[in-house]
Design a binder for this molecule. Sequence first.
Ligand code: ES4
Ligand code: ZN
Length: 324
Amino acid sequence: MKTFIENMPKAELHVHIEGTLEPELSFALAQKNGVTLNAKTPEEMIAAYNFHDLPSFLDIYYAGMSVLIGEEDFYQLTMAYLTRAAQQNIVYVELFFDPQAHTSRGVSFHTVISGIDRARTDAATQLNVECQLILCFLRDMSAESAMQHLMMAEPYIDKLVGVGLDSDEKNNPPEKFSAVFAKARDMGLKLTMHCDVNQDNTLEHIRQVIEEIKVDRIDHGVNILASTELCDLAKAKKLGLTVCPVSNKFVVQSLTSKEIKDMLALGLTPCINSDDPSYFRAYLNENLVALQEEGGFSKQELVTLVENSFKASWLSEEGKAHYL
Ligand code: ES4
Ligand code: ZN
Protein backbone atom coordinates (compact mmCIF):
# COMPACT_ATOMS: atom_id res chain seq x y z
CA MET A 1 0.00 0.00 0.00
CA LYS A 2 2.81 2.42 0.91
CA THR A 3 4.46 1.95 -2.50
CA PHE A 4 1.10 2.28 -4.21
CA ILE A 5 0.54 5.61 -2.44
CA GLU A 6 4.06 6.85 -3.18
CA ASN A 7 3.82 5.98 -6.87
CA MET A 8 0.50 7.71 -7.56
CA PRO A 9 0.80 11.08 -9.32
CA LYS A 10 -0.83 13.45 -6.85
CA ALA A 11 -1.96 17.03 -6.29
CA GLU A 12 -1.80 19.08 -3.10
CA LEU A 13 -4.22 21.97 -2.54
CA HIS A 14 -3.68 22.88 1.12
CA VAL A 15 -0.09 23.53 2.10
CA HIS A 16 1.27 26.73 3.70
CA ILE A 17 4.72 27.55 2.31
CA GLU A 18 5.78 28.90 5.72
CA GLY A 19 4.74 25.53 7.20
CA THR A 20 7.25 23.73 4.99
CA LEU A 21 10.26 25.46 6.58
CA GLU A 22 12.50 22.57 7.69
CA PRO A 23 14.71 23.06 10.78
CA GLU A 24 17.92 22.60 8.74
CA LEU A 25 16.97 25.48 6.42
CA SER A 26 15.94 27.56 9.47
CA PHE A 27 19.43 27.18 10.89
CA ALA A 28 21.10 27.99 7.58
CA LEU A 29 18.99 31.13 7.10
CA ALA A 30 19.38 32.18 10.75
CA GLN A 31 23.15 32.07 10.36
CA LYS A 32 23.08 33.95 7.04
CA ASN A 33 20.69 36.63 8.34
CA GLY A 34 22.12 36.98 11.85
CA VAL A 35 18.90 35.81 13.51
CA THR A 36 19.07 34.07 16.90
CA LEU A 37 16.99 30.91 17.30
CA ASN A 38 15.75 29.43 20.60
CA ALA A 39 17.10 25.97 19.81
CA LYS A 40 20.76 24.96 19.40
CA THR A 41 20.20 22.13 16.92
CA PRO A 42 17.50 21.07 14.44
CA GLU A 43 16.71 18.10 16.72
CA GLU A 44 16.20 20.42 19.67
CA MET A 45 13.92 22.57 17.54
CA ILE A 46 11.77 19.57 16.57
CA ALA A 47 11.63 18.43 20.19
CA ALA A 48 10.00 21.77 21.06
CA TYR A 49 7.11 21.13 18.60
CA ASN A 50 4.73 20.14 21.38
CA PHE A 51 1.57 21.84 20.13
CA HIS A 52 -1.77 20.46 21.24
CA ASP A 53 -4.19 23.05 19.86
CA LEU A 54 -4.26 25.82 17.25
CA PRO A 55 -2.86 28.73 19.33
CA SER A 56 0.06 26.66 20.63
CA PHE A 57 0.87 25.69 17.03
CA LEU A 58 0.47 29.19 15.61
CA ASP A 59 2.91 30.67 18.18
CA ILE A 60 5.68 28.36 16.97
CA TYR A 61 4.70 28.75 13.30
CA TYR A 62 4.93 32.58 13.37
CA ALA A 63 8.12 32.59 15.45
CA GLY A 64 9.73 30.24 12.91
CA MET A 65 9.32 32.78 10.10
CA SER A 66 11.76 35.28 11.62
CA VAL A 67 14.60 33.77 9.56
CA LEU A 68 12.89 34.63 6.23
CA ILE A 69 14.20 38.06 5.21
CA GLY A 70 15.32 38.35 1.57
CA GLU A 71 13.89 37.34 -1.81
CA GLU A 72 16.42 34.50 -2.04
CA ASP A 73 15.17 33.10 1.32
CA PHE A 74 11.62 32.82 -0.02
CA TYR A 75 13.01 31.30 -3.22
CA GLN A 76 14.99 28.68 -1.29
CA LEU A 77 12.05 27.86 0.97
CA THR A 78 9.72 27.36 -1.99
CA MET A 79 12.27 25.46 -4.08
CA ALA A 80 12.91 23.13 -1.13
CA TYR A 81 9.22 22.34 -0.77
CA LEU A 82 8.66 21.87 -4.51
CA THR A 83 11.72 19.58 -4.69
CA ARG A 84 10.21 17.53 -1.89
CA ALA A 85 6.88 17.55 -3.72
CA ALA A 86 8.55 16.19 -6.87
CA GLN A 87 10.12 13.40 -4.79
CA GLN A 88 6.64 12.53 -3.52
CA ASN A 89 5.23 12.33 -7.07
CA ILE A 90 3.19 15.47 -6.54
CA VAL A 91 2.67 16.95 -10.00
CA TYR A 92 0.44 19.89 -9.13
CA VAL A 93 0.35 22.22 -6.09
CA GLU A 94 -1.79 25.15 -4.98
CA LEU A 95 0.41 26.87 -2.44
CA PHE A 96 -0.71 29.23 0.34
CA PHE A 97 1.46 32.09 1.49
CA ASP A 98 0.81 34.52 4.39
CA PRO A 99 2.10 37.98 3.29
CA GLN A 100 0.89 39.74 6.47
CA ALA A 101 3.12 37.50 8.57
CA HIS A 102 6.07 39.03 6.67
CA THR A 103 5.04 42.66 6.03
CA SER A 104 4.33 42.94 9.78
CA ARG A 105 8.06 42.16 10.32
CA GLY A 106 9.21 44.73 7.77
CA VAL A 107 9.65 42.36 4.81
CA SER A 108 8.04 43.81 1.68
CA PHE A 109 5.21 42.17 -0.23
CA HIS A 110 7.37 42.42 -3.36
CA THR A 111 10.20 40.45 -1.70
CA VAL A 112 7.85 37.69 -0.58
CA ILE A 113 5.96 37.17 -3.82
CA SER A 114 9.01 37.60 -6.06
CA GLY A 115 10.97 34.85 -4.31
CA ILE A 116 8.03 32.44 -4.18
CA ASP A 117 7.04 33.10 -7.78
CA ARG A 118 10.58 32.68 -9.11
CA ALA A 119 10.70 29.21 -7.52
CA ARG A 120 7.25 28.45 -8.92
CA THR A 121 8.51 29.22 -12.44
CA ASP A 122 11.76 27.28 -12.01
CA ALA A 123 9.92 24.25 -10.57
CA ALA A 124 7.76 24.00 -13.68
CA THR A 125 10.78 23.59 -15.95
CA GLN A 126 13.34 21.98 -13.62
CA LEU A 127 11.13 19.69 -11.51
CA ASN A 128 8.02 19.12 -13.64
CA VAL A 129 5.87 20.34 -10.76
CA GLU A 130 3.14 22.80 -11.71
CA CYS A 131 2.27 25.29 -9.00
CA GLN A 132 -0.25 28.12 -8.50
CA LEU A 133 -0.28 30.59 -5.60
CA ILE A 134 -3.02 31.45 -3.10
CA LEU A 135 -2.62 34.63 -1.08
CA CYS A 136 -3.88 33.87 2.43
CA PHE A 137 -5.15 36.60 4.79
CA LEU A 138 -4.67 36.28 8.55
CA ARG A 139 -8.14 36.30 10.10
CA ASP A 140 -6.85 37.52 13.48
CA MET A 141 -5.74 40.75 11.78
CA SER A 142 -8.23 43.42 10.67
CA ALA A 143 -10.33 43.40 7.51
CA GLU A 144 -8.63 46.74 6.66
CA SER A 145 -5.23 45.09 6.71
CA ALA A 146 -6.52 42.28 4.50
CA MET A 147 -7.91 44.83 2.02
CA GLN A 148 -4.61 46.73 1.99
CA HIS A 149 -2.78 43.50 1.18
CA LEU A 150 -5.25 42.67 -1.59
CA MET A 151 -4.46 46.10 -3.08
CA MET A 152 -0.73 45.44 -2.71
CA ALA A 153 -1.28 42.23 -4.68
CA GLU A 154 -3.00 43.95 -7.60
CA PRO A 155 0.19 44.53 -9.64
CA TYR A 156 1.02 40.82 -9.20
CA ILE A 157 -2.46 39.51 -9.97
CA ASP A 158 -1.22 37.33 -12.83
CA LYS A 159 0.88 35.38 -10.31
CA LEU A 160 -2.14 34.44 -8.17
CA VAL A 161 -4.95 31.93 -8.63
CA GLY A 162 -6.93 32.72 -5.49
CA VAL A 163 -7.18 34.01 -1.94
CA GLY A 164 -7.63 32.16 1.34
CA LEU A 165 -8.17 32.85 5.04
CA ASP A 166 -6.20 31.21 7.83
CA SER A 167 -4.80 31.71 11.37
CA ASP A 168 -6.92 31.81 14.55
CA GLU A 169 -10.62 31.28 13.81
CA LYS A 170 -11.86 32.08 17.33
CA ASN A 171 -13.98 35.28 17.17
CA ASN A 172 -12.91 35.81 13.54
CA PRO A 173 -15.88 34.63 11.46
CA PRO A 174 -15.85 34.50 7.64
CA GLU A 175 -18.26 37.45 7.36
CA LYS A 176 -15.60 39.75 8.89
CA PHE A 177 -13.95 39.50 5.45
CA SER A 178 -17.04 39.71 3.18
CA ALA A 179 -15.94 42.91 1.42
CA VAL A 180 -12.35 41.71 0.93
CA PHE A 181 -13.47 38.44 -0.63
CA ALA A 182 -16.08 40.15 -2.80
CA LYS A 183 -13.35 42.43 -4.12
CA ALA A 184 -11.01 39.47 -4.70
CA ARG A 185 -13.71 37.72 -6.71
CA ASP A 186 -14.19 40.88 -8.81
CA MET A 187 -10.46 40.78 -9.49
CA GLY A 188 -10.91 37.30 -10.98
CA LEU A 189 -9.52 35.30 -8.05
CA LYS A 190 -10.88 32.04 -6.68
CA LEU A 191 -11.93 31.96 -3.02
CA THR A 192 -11.33 29.55 -0.17
CA MET A 193 -11.40 29.84 3.63
CA HIS A 194 -10.29 27.68 6.53
CA CYS A 195 -13.14 26.22 8.60
CA ASP A 196 -11.03 24.46 11.19
CA VAL A 197 -12.24 21.43 13.06
CA ASN A 198 -14.14 21.86 16.35
CA GLN A 199 -13.87 25.64 16.53
CA ASP A 200 -16.62 27.69 18.19
CA ASN A 201 -19.60 28.28 15.87
CA THR A 202 -18.12 25.94 13.34
CA LEU A 203 -21.39 25.16 11.53
CA GLU A 204 -22.33 28.83 11.35
CA HIS A 205 -18.87 29.55 9.88
CA ILE A 206 -19.31 26.81 7.28
CA ARG A 207 -22.76 28.22 6.43
CA GLN A 208 -21.26 31.69 5.99
CA VAL A 209 -18.47 30.52 3.69
CA ILE A 210 -20.92 28.67 1.44
CA GLU A 211 -23.93 30.99 1.44
CA GLU A 212 -22.49 34.46 2.04
CA ILE A 213 -18.87 34.41 0.87
CA LYS A 214 -19.71 31.84 -1.82
CA VAL A 215 -16.32 30.18 -1.71
CA ASP A 216 -15.05 27.89 -4.45
CA ARG A 217 -13.58 25.46 -1.90
CA ILE A 218 -13.40 24.89 1.89
CA ASP A 219 -10.20 24.19 3.82
CA HIS A 220 -10.72 21.45 6.43
CA GLY A 221 -14.51 21.76 6.91
CA VAL A 222 -14.81 18.32 8.52
CA ASN A 223 -17.58 19.50 10.86
CA ILE A 224 -19.90 19.86 7.87
CA LEU A 225 -20.93 16.25 8.57
CA ALA A 226 -22.98 17.49 11.53
CA SER A 227 -25.41 19.24 9.14
CA THR A 228 -27.33 17.39 6.43
CA GLU A 229 -28.38 20.72 4.94
CA LEU A 230 -24.79 21.98 4.59
CA CYS A 231 -23.64 18.63 3.20
CA ASP A 232 -26.40 18.82 0.56
CA LEU A 233 -25.32 22.37 -0.35
CA ALA A 234 -21.64 21.41 -0.62
CA LYS A 235 -22.53 18.41 -2.73
CA ALA A 236 -24.77 20.42 -5.06
CA LYS A 237 -21.99 22.99 -5.54
CA LYS A 238 -19.33 20.25 -5.86
CA LEU A 239 -17.23 22.05 -3.24
CA GLY A 240 -13.89 20.42 -2.52
CA LEU A 241 -12.93 19.97 1.14
CA THR A 242 -9.17 20.01 1.74
CA VAL A 243 -8.79 17.73 4.76
CA CYS A 244 -5.40 17.52 6.55
CA PRO A 245 -5.27 14.32 8.64
CA VAL A 246 -1.95 14.66 10.49
CA SER A 247 -2.57 18.37 11.15
CA ASN A 248 -5.91 17.40 12.68
CA LYS A 249 -4.22 14.78 14.77
CA PHE A 250 -2.10 17.52 16.35
CA VAL A 251 -4.79 20.13 16.72
CA VAL A 252 -7.85 18.04 17.55
CA GLN A 253 -6.29 14.62 18.27
CA SER A 254 -7.99 12.86 15.33
CA LEU A 255 -6.77 11.68 11.93
CA THR A 256 -10.40 11.93 10.70
CA SER A 257 -10.39 8.64 8.76
CA LYS A 258 -13.98 7.93 9.77
CA GLU A 259 -15.08 11.40 8.70
CA ILE A 260 -13.35 11.09 5.33
CA LYS A 261 -15.13 7.77 4.69
CA ASP A 262 -18.44 9.38 5.63
CA MET A 263 -17.76 12.27 3.24
CA LEU A 264 -17.03 9.83 0.40
CA ALA A 265 -20.20 7.87 1.18
CA LEU A 266 -22.26 11.08 1.03
CA GLY A 267 -20.85 12.04 -2.37
CA LEU A 268 -18.84 15.01 -1.05
CA THR A 269 -15.42 15.83 -2.53
CA PRO A 270 -12.77 15.47 0.22
CA CYS A 271 -9.09 15.41 -0.68
CA ILE A 272 -5.97 14.83 1.44
CA ASN A 273 -3.32 17.47 2.21
CA SER A 274 -0.39 18.16 4.51
CA ASP A 275 -1.09 21.75 5.79
CA ASP A 276 2.27 22.43 7.55
CA PRO A 277 4.37 19.37 6.71
CA SER A 278 7.58 20.45 8.40
CA TYR A 279 5.92 21.22 11.73
CA PHE A 280 3.66 18.15 11.66
CA ARG A 281 6.54 15.99 10.35
CA ALA A 282 4.40 14.53 7.56
CA TYR A 283 4.30 15.43 3.85
CA LEU A 284 1.46 14.30 1.60
CA ASN A 285 2.54 10.65 1.26
CA GLU A 286 2.92 10.30 5.02
CA ASN A 287 -0.58 11.76 5.48
CA LEU A 288 -2.03 9.24 3.04
CA VAL A 289 -0.14 6.33 4.60
CA ALA A 290 -1.23 7.24 8.15
CA LEU A 291 -4.81 7.66 7.02
CA GLN A 292 -4.81 4.35 5.14
CA GLU A 293 -3.35 2.51 8.12
CA GLU A 294 -5.94 3.90 10.51
CA GLY A 295 -8.98 3.65 8.25
CA GLY A 296 -8.13 0.61 6.10
CA PHE A 297 -8.79 2.53 2.88
CA SER A 298 -8.84 0.44 -0.32
CA LYS A 299 -6.73 1.29 -3.36
CA GLN A 300 -9.91 2.45 -5.12
CA GLU A 301 -10.76 4.81 -2.23
CA LEU A 302 -7.23 6.22 -2.30
CA VAL A 303 -7.50 6.76 -6.06
CA THR A 304 -10.82 8.56 -5.51
CA LEU A 305 -9.23 10.84 -2.90
CA VAL A 306 -6.33 11.67 -5.23
CA GLU A 307 -8.70 12.25 -8.17
CA ASN A 308 -10.71 14.56 -5.90
CA SER A 309 -7.61 16.75 -5.45
CA PHE A 310 -7.49 17.36 -9.20
CA LYS A 311 -11.27 17.78 -9.47
CA ALA A 312 -11.30 20.33 -6.62
CA SER A 313 -8.28 22.17 -8.03
CA TRP A 314 -8.37 25.53 -9.76
CA LEU A 315 -6.85 24.19 -12.95
CA SER A 316 -8.72 24.94 -16.16
CA GLU A 317 -10.93 22.14 -17.50
CA GLU A 318 -8.17 21.34 -20.01
CA GLY A 319 -5.64 21.32 -17.19
CA LYS A 320 -7.75 18.87 -15.19
CA ALA A 321 -8.24 16.67 -18.25
CA HIS A 322 -4.46 16.53 -18.66
CA TYR A 323 -4.03 14.95 -15.22
CA LEU A 324 -7.26 12.94 -14.77
C1 ES4 B 1 -2.49 26.80 10.02
CL1 ES4 B 1 -3.00 24.36 11.14
C2 ES4 B 1 -3.40 26.01 10.73
N1 ES4 B 1 -4.55 26.53 11.14
C3 ES4 B 1 -4.85 27.80 10.85
N2 ES4 B 1 -4.03 28.61 10.17
C4 ES4 B 1 -2.86 28.10 9.75
N3 ES4 B 1 -1.85 28.67 9.07
C5 ES4 B 1 -0.90 27.75 8.91
N4 ES4 B 1 -1.27 26.60 9.50
ZN1 ZN C 1 -4.16 25.31 6.70
